[in-house]
Design a protein around this ligand. Sequence first.
Ligand SMILES: [Zn+2]
Length: 120
Amino acid sequence: MNNDFIKKAELSLKEKKTHLEQELSSFATKDPGLRGDWDTKYPRTPEGGLEEAAGEVEEYSTNLHIEFSLEVQLKNVNTALAQIEKGAYGICQNCKTEILKERILAIPESQYCTTCTKKQ
Ligand SMILES: [Zn+2]
């Protein structure tokens, strides 16, 4: 993997990171105690009665699912950025072979090669 390619991947990782953090901050607050952990804002005490309360709780649980998936993506992006710094980017965490460029281009935060992903 050459430097130009890694630079390109790093750029798209950074863009992705900004985007993910923006999305997360729209409905979650960064947990100050845990690095990289976000908490979905719990709805305020509703003023519109029970019906509105049920709607807000539903929205909260939907947000929790979205938060989890965004958080996982953000963690992988951060891991990949750290790997670029260490010069260990693009290596499968399981079998230690180089991840295909096509895969990196599609998912720059990939931690596993195509073969290992299929096995999971
Ligand atoms: Zn692998």
